[in-house]
Write a protein that binds this ligand. Structure first.
Ligand SMILES: *Cc1c(COP(=O)(O)O)cnc(C)c1O
Length: 499
């Protein structure tokens, strides 16, 4: 298996190189040159394995320059007993007839990012031993809230790595901010920026591709890599849980092997839903992939018109991890749907960065709409959904999951499509306490601080806040720095000098 770049398909690298570098030098994203297939028999075999067994099988199809022992060690380390609050790692919960919730937030930071970021440091260590020529790795992360914490937790005190995280100062929940500000570990740094997630992501991308900065790093025997979902090492662990969910549906007699399913994903950077697409291309029988957006509905519009237009107001919503106007991983889908047309992808991406818009045209739109459906849910709709689902079904959704459930409900009502559906649930409701509590009872949050709200939400719902969130108020705040977008490079160089 080799990997190429979405912006230059003459590029050929191994999986270790793709993971070590994070992003191609031409600014494109690494993608496998072909997608491995799972037959119905393979799926049946995987069904009899546990999550780790399934992960090992699937990773070995993509990471062909890893030895079986290396893959085993990575997976066993990432999903070791005690790291996830469920033996199943990513359990399915029935919401109603024909609708399951795939809970992806049982890991150490209570968001789905843990599914990949517990594994990525192991993958990167093996990759770097093959491809980094003895250089130590500096991980740069732009986060809309959850990636930052999950990456810090995954990489803390990992030998031969340093990690620096940038987050939008006004764009994350108080719990998310506190999770990052109190991060432990000797190799970590955290900095807020005055700007939104797109500013942070653009800043990080610019630092990555800056030759002068790269030379400064090389002089210290360091090199950059990325823990954002632009890194292939983030995506491949996410493919696993969609295949695994299909296997669980078979195992739990909810579907027959071969039955098609719908998958619904609350989407921001398009990484999670792209992993579902790959699972489908591998052979998981899919009927529709439903892409759910919040009020930042740039993807909903793209899926209905074929025009990607980021020239619009940016909203800070109660589902901050989806407050994104430049969905980086869409580039990978465009590359696949155009039959690996790197010239077109390059033109569109240049047009997006220069003019803020590109038109992918009717042919691509038609191809996309065979599988993808899109929808969005505004703030009032998100609150109403949280309350309705809790009242009627006793299930407590976080704000991101609520967007997905609402978009799915309307999709099903409009289309009459009753295909068995799996809705990705991406965070613990306790990460977004103020919004979730406020949705259930507007007055309940009045006058309470974040931890008062945690207790009120526990009392109101009878559910228990994960201890790693409940105990944050006892942790020491270590990081309070905030910089401008054009000061990010300096902040990185300074932190490298200090760490
Ligand atoms: C990151 C995140 C998302 C969006 O996922 P993408 O892969 O960026 O589309 C949705 N919900 C939560 C809670 C997240 O942390």
């Amino acid at each position: 298996m080799t990997y190429t770049s979405t912006r230059d398909k003459s590029v050929r690298v191994t999986s270790s190189e793709a993971i070590t570098r994070g992003i191609s030098a031409d600014g494109g994203l690494f993608v496998p040159t072909n997608i491995p297939r799972l037959s119905a028999d393979d799926l049946l075999q995987l069904s009899s394995m546990d999550y780790k067994g399934r992960a090992k099988e699937i990773l070995s199809l993509y990471l062909t320059d890893f030895t079986p022992d290396e893959i085993s060690a990575c997976v066993d380390g990432a999903y070791a007993p005690g790291k996830f609050a469920s033996d199943k790692i990513a359990p399915l919960v029935t919401l109603s007839d024909g609708v399951d919730i795939l809970e992806l937030w049982k890991g150490p930071t209570c968001a789905f990012k843990d599914m990949a970021l517990q594994l990525l440091p192991y993958l990167l260590a093996v990759s770097a031993s093959k491809a980094a020529q003895g250089r130590r790795i500096v991980i740069l992360v732009a986060t809309s809230g959850d990636t930052g914490k999950a990456a810090l937790e995954g990489f803390k005190d990992v030998p031969d790595t340093q990690i620096m995280v940038f987050y939008p100062n006004e764009g994350v929940s108080p719990m998310q901010k506190l999770q990052m500000a109190t991060q432990e570990g000797a190799n970590v740094a955290v900095c807020a920026i005055n700007g939104n997630f797109d500013d942070a992501q653009n800043g990080v991308k610019a630092i990555f591709t800056d030759k002068a900065v790269a030379e400064k790093l090389a002089a210290r025997n360091l090199m950059f890599s990325s823990a954002n979902s632009i890194n292939w090492g983030r995506l491949v662990p996410q493919i696993v849980y969609y295949v695994s969910a299909y296997c669980d549906l078979i195992q739990e007699n909810k579907i027959k092997n071969g039955d098609k399913i719908n998958i619904v994903v609350p989407t921001g950077n398009f990484g999670n839903i792209l992993a579902a697409y790959y699972a489908g291309e591998m052979g998981v029988p899919l009927n529709r992939l439903v892409c759910a957006s919040n009020q930042n509905r740039v993807l909903t519009d793209f899926i209905s018109t074929g025009v990607y237009d980021r020239r619009r107001d940016f909203y800070t919503t109660m589902s901050p991890s989806m407050d994104i106007l430049i969905s980086s991983n869409l580039e990978r889908l465009l590359f696949l749907l155009t039959g690996q047309n790197d010239t077109l992808v390059r033109e569109w991406m240049t047009s997006l960065s220069k003019d803020g818009v590109y038109d992918a045209g009717a042919a691509l739109l038609a191809k996309m709409n065979v599988l993808f459906a899109g929808g969005f849910c505004d703030e009032a709709g998100t609150s109403a959904l949280i309350k309705q689902v809790f009242t009627e079904k006793g299930y407590l959704c976080d704000t991101h999951t609520a967007v997905a459930v609402d978009v799915y409900n309307r999709y099903r009502a409009e289309t009459g499509d009753e295909t068995y559906a799996v809705i990705a649930s991406t965070a613990s409701p306790f990460k977004f306490c103020a919004s979730v509590l406020g949705a259930l009872d507007q007055k309940a949050a009045e006058g309470l601080d974040e931890f008062g709200m945690v207790r009120a939400l526990e009392k109101l719902t009878g559910q228990v806040c994960p201890p790693q969130l409940a105990d944050l108020n006892t942790k020491k705040v270590r990081f309070t720095q905030c910089c401008e977008q054009d000061e990010m490079e300096e902040a990185v160089l300074q932190s490298i000098a200090e760490l």
